[in-house]
Design a protein around this ligand. Structure first.
Ligand code: BTN
Length: 335
């Protein structure tokens, strides 16, 4: 960690109280000049740090920028050692983390970006990731799990995101099978889990869990193609200071708490109780075409139990569905 990040950590720890330059220099074992330079750099980045004569420095409010030290401070103690990499701009946090994983990065490595040029969504779609209005984050896992259980990682991430959104933004959330988080009837968060399998053993080499959250409506609103479906936690210009750092910390902490209970899956009830589609008419998108169905429930492996118009039942383990209310066309037009 750079001196700048360490100074920020000390100021955060002080929770609004003044810390002297001398004390910081001694604790970090650097010169007072290095502390002063770090303070200046932080102020330039937008941190509101005031110098109080003969007392030292005080951090008055969190910058809205993503910050390693602030995120770390929001993590549960046992996860504070996780390597965190923050970038201003990336093609995709999942892709950058994949590269780090291939170079040997440890489980728990986290990558975040202020914006993504080619944010990856499910089914080859692009995840719209404009600058500074969203949270774009990927976490690296090296699980000892059979491939068929990887879906539970995605489900755990969906519950972690849903609970974190509720705790930080005070909203009610639903989970649209398998992993979209909805608030006020619109999608506010999506999850893309990508796995690398070892060809020799067929086992899981590493897994990347990518989470995108629309925190604030982008300037001018979402692009036309997304307007109907996409929502955000808050309106343009109403983003709470520091909420993305807080959200990142809350999501990571909750996710790893769930992950460490595998294969107990203690998030299952929370997943089931938030279902956006159970009891509803849905469309199952299959290679052979769209089929109308009713969602009956979620099983203990997060499969979706559906019944088709012809009375046939199926447990969906993966794939894509739409809730009829999401579609512009009427569900009754679809077989
Ligand atoms: C979806 O809704 O289709 C999944 C969207 C997942 C988006 C996130 S943003 C952070 C991470 N990096 C990516 O390229 N994608 C995921």
């Amino acid at each position: 960690m750079k001196v700048k990040e360490k100074v920020l950590e000390l100021l955060l720890e002080a929770e609004g109280k003044t810390v002297s330059g001398q004390e910081m220099a001694e604790r970090l074992q650097v010169s007072r000049n290095a502390v002063w330079k770090a303070i200046q750099a932080l102020q330039k980045e937008g941190y509101w740090i005031e110098g109080v004569t003969k007392k030292g420095y005080v951090l008055l409010k969190e910058s809205s920028r993503l910050s390693e030290a602030v995120i770390r401070n929001h993590l549960k103690k046992e996860y504070r050692h996780c390597p965190i990499h923050i970038y201003k701009e990336l093609d995709s946090t999942n892709m950058t983390l994949k590269q780090l994983a291939e170079e040997g990065a440890p489980e728990g490595t986290i990558v975040l970006a202020e914006m993504q040029k080619e944010g990856r969504g499910r089914m080859g779609r692009v995840f719209y990731s404009p600058a500074e209005t969203g949270l774009y984050m990927s976490m690296l896992l090296r699980p000892n799990l059979p491939v068929q259980d990887l879906q539970m990682i995605t489900a755990a991430a969906a519950v972690a995101a849903a609970e974190a959104l509720e705790a930080t933004a005070g909203i009610e959330t639903k989970i649209k099978w398998v992993n979209d988080v909805y608030a006020h009837g619109k999608k506010v968060s999506g999850i893309l889990t990508e796995a690398s399998l070892s060809i020799e053993t067929g086992s899981v080499d590493f897994v990347i869990v990518g989470i995108g959250v629309n925190v604030m409506e982008p300037e001018g609103g979402f692009p036309k193609r997304l307007k109907k479906k996409a929502g955000a936690l808050c309106k343009e210009g109403e983003m709470q200071e520091g909420i993305r750092n807080l959200l990142a910390g809350e999501i990571v902490t909750r996710f790893f708490d769930f992950y460490h209970t595998f294969p107990k899956y203690n998030f299952l009830d929370a997943y089931k109780s938030r279902s956006f589609v159970v009891g509803k008419e849905i469309i199952v998108h299959k290679a052979e075409g769209d089929i109308k169905a009713k969602a009956l429930g979620v099983d203990d492996k997060c499969g979706l139990h559906v019944v088709y118009g012809n009375g046939q039942h199926e447990i969906l383990r993966s794939g894509e569905i739409s809730a009829c209310q999401d579609l512009s066309e009427s569900c009754s037009d679809i077989v």
